[in-house]
Ligand binder design. Structure first.
Ligand code: UD1
Ligand code: CA
Length: 455
């Protein structure tokens, strides 16, 4: 059991962005949310994010997922942690300090660091890493016996200290009471005139308390995001993790390098995902589906055995056994039943479609409730918008809609009705009726003739 304090008040100047750094996204989830979720998964009882720069933009992202404390002025990492003082004092167990811009930290590592800290009875444990290029980081200064003595910032380091390859990840585990006491003793007497959180280690050690270092196994986990290049690197690492999780869970991903799956997506066993596919938001895909080349599926629920090819599906539900595409556009608000066909160049929006209905090609259906086993001919259009208002139509079961039909909403087509090709339907059709709504053909014998034909 522990409390985690996440430092997220900084500006992130190098992102060159109107948005604060910690709300930029990796795999569809904000940087700070990754850290909050890792804390929760590791067993944090309380999570507190210290926010400051553009707090009004960060707060809604955090929502209910964590408490927030505000650091009005960024006077250093120690000062940031001080803003969470009441939560530190109330903490049961230890306090884990993390950074809002290191999304790759895993729950497993946090857990291990807490265990390490507790088993040694430390007052403070810094999470460290060995880096070939340690520049920019605080260095871990150890004594001859290997004990951690202190952390020295690059800007305050001597030439000898700059050669140290073990760095401070900026993540720590503290005994809550020791942390609260040490924070009260920080001073800004250093090259940057800031309250350094790192100084708490030396303060605690000088009081005869135990401090230590926990060296991380995978250096990727401490990667901080400072610019968009690092953001894309983190995206690639995180995407690899997500794709591997799905593959180990029974999903075939033919070319993982071109498949982008959001953190929150769920995918069933024996689903096959081909290249250039994006599965975004809170999408749930069933078992035994095929998601072929070039699809984007966002915030949707896809049943078992569905096949989708080169199509876009947004905020909709697709029932089992249905096929979508190629080149279909399923816009928000569609509830498509089982064994439906949404074929090529079909656009649907805000429609409900019951089982077994076929919309094979070149059709637009919007704001319509459609029954079972309806057959739409090529080129059906619902005229659901009169330039001012939208209207809803209703089509019963077993209706046959001839090619090139316009349905001028609102209209109601009864069960079993049949619409002749080329009709423009403006009035309701009773059940089982044949509707013909087009001008009768006239053949004229005496006319000026056809320039392509001469006797
Ligand atoms: C800090 C550590 C350094 C470590 C490095 C790892 C200190 C003094 N130094 O350095 O040893 O190697 O992290 O990345 O702690 N923040 C606030 N409020 C502030 C200042 C910072 O919320 O007043 C937040 C930042 O938004 C960021 C984190 O704290 O998420 C780290 O701050 P940063 O300025 O990047 O620290 P460094 O100088 O890199
Ligand atoms: Ca930094």
């Amino acid at each position: 059991m522990f409390t985690s304090v996440i430092l997220a008040a900084g500006m992130g100047t190098r992102m060159k962005s109107a948005m604060p750094k910690v709300i930029h996204k990796v795999c569809g989830k904000e940087l700070v949310r990754w850290v909050i979720d890792a804390s929760r998964d590791a067993g944090a009882e309380e999570v507190v994010a210290v926010i400051g720069h553009k707090a009004e933009l960060v707060r809604p992202v955090i929502g209910e997922s964590a408490k927030t404390a505000v650091q009005a002025e960024q006077l250093g990492t120690g000062h940031a942690v001080m803003q969470a003082e009441e939560h530190i004092k109330a903490a049961k167990g230890c306090v884990v300090v993390l950074n809002g811009d290191t999304p790759l930290i895993t729950a497993e590592t946090i857990k291990k660091a807490v265990e390490y800290h507790t088993s040694l009875g430390n007052s403070a444990t810094v999470i460290t890493a060995e880096l070939e290029d340690a520049s920019g980081y605080g260095r871990i200064v150890r004594g001859a016996d290997g004990a951690v003595l202190r952390i020295v910032e690059q800007k305050d380091a001597s030439e000898e200290e700059k050669k140290i390859k073990e760095i401070n990840s900026g993540m720590y585990v503290f005994d809550s009471e020791a942390l609260a006491a040490a924070l009260g003793k920080l001073t800004p007497n250093n090259a940057q005139g800031e309250y350094y959180l790192t100084d708490t280690l030396e303060i605690l050690r000088s009081e005869g308390r135990r401090i230590g270092g926990y060296t991380i196994e995978d250096n990727d986990e401490i990667r901080g995001i400072n610019n968009r290049v690092q953001l894309s690197e983190a995206e690639a690492i995180m995407q690899r993790r997500i794709n591997e999780r799905h593959m180990l869970g029974g999903v075939t991903i033919i070319d993982p390098s071109s498949v982008f799956i959001s953190a929150d997506a769920e995918i069933g066993e024996d689903t096959v995902i081909a290249s250039n596919v994006t599965i975004a938001g809170k999408t749930r895909i069933g078992c035994g589906c095929t998601v072929e080349m070039g699809c984007r599926i966002e915030d949707s629920v896809i049943g078992d055995g569905v096949s989708v090819l080169s199509s876009v599906i947004l905020k909709s539900e697709i029932g089992a056994g249905t096929s979508v595409g190629p080149f279909a556009y399923v816009r928000p608000g569609c509830a498509v039943g089982r064994n439906v066909k949404v074929g090529d160049f079909v656009e649907i929006k805000n429609v409900s479609i019951d089982d077994g209905t076929k919309i094979s090609h070149l059709t637009y259906l919007g704001d319509t409730d459609i029954g079972k086993n309806v057959n739409f001919g090529c080129g059906t259009v619902t005229c659901n918008y009169d330039g001012k208002d939208k209207f809803r139509s209703e089509i019963g079961d077993n209706v046959f809609v001839g090619c090139n039909t316009n349905l001028v909403s609102p209209v109601k087509v009864g069960d079993g009705a049949y619409i002749a090709a080329g009709s423009t339907i403006t009035e309701d059709i009773p059940e089982k009726n044949l509707a013909v709504a087009r001008a009768r053909q006239v053949n004229k014998k005496d006319w000026k003739g056809n320039k392509y034909y001469s006797e």
